[in-house]
Design a protein around this ligand. Structure first.
Ligand code: PEP
Ligand code: MG
Length: 762
């Protein structure tokens, strides 16, 4: 046992007795300072607690007793205030030489030269300071500091239990943690929301810090480590970490930390000193946090994030507090806070109670964001370190128009926000009034505006928005929300209900697009190691063709659900024409089977493909004659054109949909499809990626000859309004000029073009 561990253990053993005694909290603290001073052979030991925003001397051995409850240091003031404010440790041979030193004559501390102090931390915030002082000018040994830090953990529990600081109140928090704060991020889904902070992974509350049985605590940690490592290994083998495109890097770091013997050893040592398993994990985490804070390196900060996640995972495992907020049941008016979420995780929440989502990472076309957009929940992303500013239950205003969140807003701000809310509702009402208005351009061309959907509930949006149909029904959403592979009967039922709800308007069913960031735990690629690039990996049609049982079942379900009606089916991620042929053959095979059974068949089957893989664009001459329709999935298409992972938050803002490269590409495809129509084979060309739902982007698409859009329901109104203001000839001519000689800022050029014609954007 090292010196620090031994010292901490001696102190903890004695503190155990103090805490078990029946004396008052003040008497206990008086004894605590005696015990610590004695064990560390220190002339002074003092405890300051945060009361009404200042650190008040609560108990001391060695300083003047008259100073108790008299000496108060503001956060940031003097050495004690610095420790509390910065939540950091100080260890000084000569206290007076520190730039923040502030002399308090009433304490009689002038004869003490050396000084060491550690914060008493509760939920990552200092609620007090424990310090020791010495006449002789010497720095305290590392082992002594460690002992102090361990003791501070136990003190945190003791003073909270004694009610000496408010556990959840304003005491113990800095202004940045109690007052209003505005945080800027990136708007992922527009909209406004007012609600209360709920953590997706609730914070763990540590009930007990002092171990009753050291060996039992050690066993608990061993077991938790085993379980956590198993989980990480499983994740690695599934390559389904679900936290965005940095999968590989993150996973490697996770593995490295999970197997880091140093980490395990330090936790073990903390247990040796008498802490419970939970407290030991938290103690080591606190120490790492403090160390990392001194190093100003964004890369390390990222790693710190990973370690925090892992440490929390270990804490959850050891304490058995495993569930997410979804499992516990959501409070009403909740704004969910997470580092990142998978689409399935979001769908677990009760949508009526969920008002908004704030992600520390996130990107525009990540599927979780598409799901949120589809169900009309505003989302902010790239809100770095948001979790350190917000406590569970804090009031939040989520402003998905400006890309900001206001934490604990002042009354005036709430009022202004309410006014904007009302304006927003008016705007929505104006869009709703466009429901029955046909989308026609100024020159009278009818544009088809359809909506994207994925769940049964989404279908109500069809009548609310007046969309021309569903241009993309993402069938995999049903797979994502289910715990096991949905049976044929369940699929048939859903597709039938969707067709019924569409009441004659067309619905384009896309066969399952799983893989990438839509991972199903029950459907894994069993051979070989996990994928390094899941977006370019075993997904969509690639899975469906290999597991053709999956596609057969879906084909049967779709054919049966559309009996007597028109089935529009399209295949995702077609890279080569034969893949389309193979998928179509599965449907035709099922159709033949149904015929032999004399079952009622669809009146017509229209086959389509998604253009998401650039290679397919080179094969359009071969592809188009096979198709009734082609739908461009700009989300995937742009990630492949730019070689930029769509769910990597670091790339979220790097490439613009309005870049000449993308627009030229789309323009070429649009031209080729139009030419094939002139030659007698008409193929409906649509865009169904998120791009089409944004006004400036939609303007560009119209200029490229696109006449069919399938967009998120909330965009139907704004896009219809835009269409009514456009003269197609004008925008086509302008677009042709821009593509021939691209301006530096094509987005800017489009916006100016619109402004000159009094066309405004939301
Ligand atoms: C796309 O890739 O643009 C698309 C519509 O499909 P998804 O977003 O579901 O991949
Ligand atoms: Mg796609």
């Amino acid at each position: 046992m090292s010196g620090g561990v031994a010292a901490a253990r001696t102190i903890l053993t004695r503190l155990h007795e103090v805490m078990a005694s029946r004396s008052t909290a003040q008497a206990k603290l008086n004894t605590v300072v005696e015990v610590i001073a004695e064990c560390l052979n220190s002339e002074v030991c003092s405890i300051y607690l945060l009361r009404e925003g200042a650190l008040e001397l609560y108990a001391t051995r060695g300083l003047a007793q008259e100073a108790v409850h008299v000496t108060r240091m503001a956060l940031g003031e003097g050495l004690v205030g610095t420790i509390g404010g910065q939540v950091e440790t100080l260890n000084l041979a000569e206290a007076a030489t520190h730039p923040d030193f502030s002399y308090r004559p009433e304490t009689g501390e002038d004869k003490f030269h050396s000084f060491a102090g550690v914060p008493i931390v509760r939920r990552e915030r200092a609620v007090g300071v424990l310090c020791v002082q010495h006449v002789e000018p010497r720095r305290y040994e590392e082992v002594e500091i460690e002992a102090l830090q361990t003791v501070a953990m136990v003190l945190a529990e003791m003073i909270t239990n004694a009610g000496l600081v408010d556990d959840d109140g304003a005491l113990g928090l800095t202004a940045a943690q109690t007052g209003p704060v505005q945080v800027k991020g990136l708007t992922l889904v527009k909209g406004l929301a007012s609600g209360y902070a709920v953590y997706h992974q609730p914070r763990i509350t540590i009930e007990h810090t002092m171990a009753e049985d050291v060996e039992a605590e050690r066993q608990r940690v061993y077991l938790a480590f085993d379980r956590m490592r198993e989980q990480i290994d499983r994740m690695a083998s599934q390559a389904e970490f679900g936290i965005g495109g940095e999968h590989e890097e993150v996973l490697q770091t996770y593995k490295m930390f999970a197997y880091d013997e140093g980490w395990a050893r330090r936790i073990n040592e903390s247990i040796d000193s008498g802490l419970t398993a939970e407290a030991a994990i938290e103690r080591v985490q606190q120490r790492t946090r403090m160390r990392m804070r001194q190093i100003d390196d964004p890369l390390l900060a990222d790693r710190m994030h990973d370690l925090e996640d892992l440490s929390n995972r270990l804490l959850r495992t050891v304490s058995g507090q495993l569930g997410t907020a979804a499992a516990k049941g959501l409070r009403s008016d909740a704004i969910l806070i997470a580092r990142n979420l998978g689409p399935a995780e979001l769908l677990e929440y009760d949508k009526r109670r969920l008002k908004g989502v704030i992600l520390e990472e996130g990107s525009l076309t990540a599927h979780v964001v598409i799901v949120a957009r589809a169900i009309g929940i505003p989302v902010l992303g790239r809100m770095r370190s948001f979790r350190t500013l917000v406590r569970e239950g804090d009031h939040l205003l989520l402003d998905g128009d400006q890309g900001t969140a206001i934490v604990r807003p002042a009354a005036g701000t709430i009022e202004a926000f309410e006014a904007r809310f009302a304006k927003n509702r008016e705007r929505q009402a104006a869009y709703a009034a466009l429901r029955d208005v046909e989308p026609r351009t100024r020159d009278g061309t009818r544009i088809t505006v359809m909506m994207n959907a994925g769940l049964r509930e989404d279908m109500t949006n069809l009548s609310l928005t007046g969309a021309d149909g569903v241009g993309l029904f993402r069938t995999e959403f049903q797979f994502l929300v289910a715990a096991t592979l949905p049976s044929r009967e369940r699929q048939t039922r859903l597709y039938k209900e969707v067709m019924d709800a569409a009441a004659g308007r067309p619905v384009v069913f896309r066969t399952v697009d799983i893989g990438g960031d839509k991972v199903l735990p029950y459907l894994r690629h069993d051979d070989g190691p996990g994928e390094e690039n899941p977006a370019m990996g075993w997904r969509a049609l690639r899975v469906a063709l290999e597991r053709d049982g999956l596609l057969k079942v879906q084909a049967r379900a779709l054919l049966e659900a559309c009996a007597g009606r028109t089935l529009n089916v399209m295949f995702p991620m077609v890279a080569e024409p034969w893949e389309f042929d193979a998928a179509k053959a599965v449907f035709e095979g099922q159709l033949a089977f149904l015929k032999t059974r004399k079952k009622k068949l669809p009146e017509a089957i229209r086959y389509g493909a998604m253009l998401e893989v650039p290679a397919l664009a080179e094969m359009l001459d071969v592809m188009l004659p096979k198709l009734e329709f082609l739908s461009i999935g700009t989300n995937d298409l742009t990630q492949f054109l730019f070689a930029a992972d769509r769910s990597n938050p670091k790339l979220a803002e790097r490439y613009d949909w309005l870049s000449p490269a993308i627009l030229r590409f789309l323009g070429r495809v649009s031209g080729q499809v139009a030419a094939s129509g002139e030659n007698g084979h008409k193929v409906d060309l649509a865009v169904c990626g998120e791009m089409g739902g944004r006004q400036v982007e939609a303007l560009a698409l119209l200029g490229l000859g696109i006449r069919r859009l399938s967009i998120t329901p909330a965009s139907v109104g704004p896009i219809k309004e835009l269409i009514s203001k456009i003269d197609l000839k004008e925008i086509e001519a302008a677009m042709a000029g821009w593509l021939a000689a691209p301006p530096v800022d094509l987005r800017g050029a489009l916006i100016s073009w619109a402004q000159e014609r009094n066309i405004t954007f939301d």
